[in-house]
Design a protein around this ligand. Structure first.
Ligand code: MG
Length: 229
């Protein structure tokens, strides 16, 4: 089998992530409901805050807490220190959450590393993402990692140039159509889509063109990239 380079997305591809944000958003909705704001209104206020904050300040759990604070202020029209403290606590809870690798990930990554070059390519708050990568225990199998500000076509082009990748043997493996599949395809890479059971709405996008492979679990990479028998 020809040696390939596999670029692995991290959040919701290797380990649980979106689930924590969903739990924190649920806690926010419950708190705002107690302050007299219906769930749809409170949810829209949060999304509006994210649309303003993310392009300027990027991703990450502590920034997420700031979006909750912005949203509450936009609804209540004033500061609520106890509420804000609670939102900061939710962000910190996500930030400090132990890494929960998906089933089969460590064994699969270990096996793939014997035949191919592996890299973790993620986006988000640099220090938070790097801490998660280190805490995952996967660095012993992976040649390198990169935390990108955005995963767009230009970012993939830069990575191909910097790491001297051969697009015909480089694969992006991930759960996000918008960040992992479409821009990697646009940069000439091959793609493997491993959808997670939930997708952050910001990452939703029509798959165009279709990925080279669509899997139901990370462990199925074995059948694509490991010699049989
Ligand atoms: Mg992901």
């Amino acid at each position: 089998m020809r040696r390939a380079c596999l670029l692995l997305d991290a959040d919701d591809t290797l380990w649980e992530n979106h689930a924590y944000f969903l739990r924190a958003i649920e806690a926010y909705l419950v708190l705002m409901e107690a302050h007299g704001h219906t769930r749809p209104i409170a949810l829209e206020a949060f999304r509006a805050a994210e649309r303003i904050r993310i392009p300027n300040h990027g991703y990450g759990s502590l920034g997420f807490a700031q979006s909750l604070i912005m949203a509450a202020q936009s609804l209540d029209g004033s500061e609520r220190p106890r509420l804000e403290e609670e939102f900061l606590r939710l962000g910190q809870w996500i930030h400090d959450h132990p890494i929960e690798l998906f089933e089969g990930v460590e064994a699969t990554v270990a096996a793939l590393a014997e035949h191919h070059a592996l890299a973790i390519v993620t986006k988000g708050a640099p220090r938070e993402q790097e801490s998660k990568i280190r805490r995952s225990g996967l660095l012993r199998y992976v040649d390198r990692f990169r935390v990108l500000r955005e995963k767009d076509r230009a970012a993939y082009d830069s990575l191909v140039a910097e790491w001297k990748l051969d697009p015909s043997t480089t694969w992006m493996v991930g759960n996000s159509p918008r960040s992992d599949m479409n821009p990697a395809k646009a940069a000439g890479l091959r793609t493997v889509y491993v959808p997670h059971r939930t997708l952050w709405e910001v990452e939703a996008e029509t798959l165009e063109p279709l990925p080279d492979h669509i899997l139901t679990a990370f462990g199925e990479l074995r059948s694509l990239f490991l010699p049989t028998g």
